[in-house]
Ligand binder design. Structure first.
Ligand code: IMP
Length: 174
């Protein structure tokens, strides 16, 4: 039973166009190179699947899973890795793919974690950016849409594991 009250913020056709644009920009930036694309589970899996199928540069994929503990409904405290990558990234070009940058704590943690392994480069592609909610200074290199505060679901994003499967990005209404 669906008891979440929500309204569509970005419908699937708008999402599709923006993902194609992002992939075009990334493909130009990495022309002649092979990327290692690292997705953050679970929320980024649909965005990442769409994004890499629009890239015109070759890539390998891997995933991490991160848990955050602290106050509040979204990640707002200590970040812990619960699943690491299984690929060597030394001297490689890395693109991290994330669903939402919120406080910035998750991505700050992950970028520092991966830098320890001496990649050639690390960039971040975030589908959504909640810029106003930063607690750690963090800038993604590629952003799909910048949004205001508010909790969104769909296109891989969940609310207590609900609504990930929705094809549109929807805002939960109070
Ligand atoms: P932060 O940037 O460390 O605060 O955390 C980002 C993570 O918080 C994302 O990967 C999501 O799992 C979660 N998150 C933040 N805002 C939302 C939202 O609006 N919907 C679903 N998940 C969210």
């Amino acid at each position: 039973m669906d008891i979440l009250q929500k309204e569509v913020l970005y419908p699937k056709d708008v999402i599709k166009k923006r993902v194609q644009e992002l992939a075009g920009t990334i493909s130009r930036d990495y022309e002649g190179k092979e990327l290692i694309v690292i997705g953050i589970l679970k929320g980024a899996f649909i965005f990442m699947a769409d994004l890499i199928r629009c890239l015109s540069v070759p890539c390998r994929v891997d995933f991490v899973r991160l848990a955050s503990y602290g106050e509040g409904p979204s990640s707002s405290g200590r970040v812990v890795m619960t699943k690491d990558i299984e690929t060597s990234i030394k001297d490689r070009d890395i693109l991290i793919v994330e669903d939402v940058v919120d406080t910035g704590l998750t991505l700050s943690f992950l970028v520092n974690w991966l830098k320890e392994r001496n990649p050639h480069s690390i960039k971040v592609c975030a589908f959504l950016d909640k810029r106003k909610r930063r607690r750690a200074p963090f800038e993604a290199d590629y952003v799909g849409f910048t949004i205001d505060d508010g909790f969104v679901v769909g296109y891989g994003l969940d609310f207590n594991e609900k609504a990930r499967f929705l094809p549109d990005i929807c805002v939960i209404k109070e």
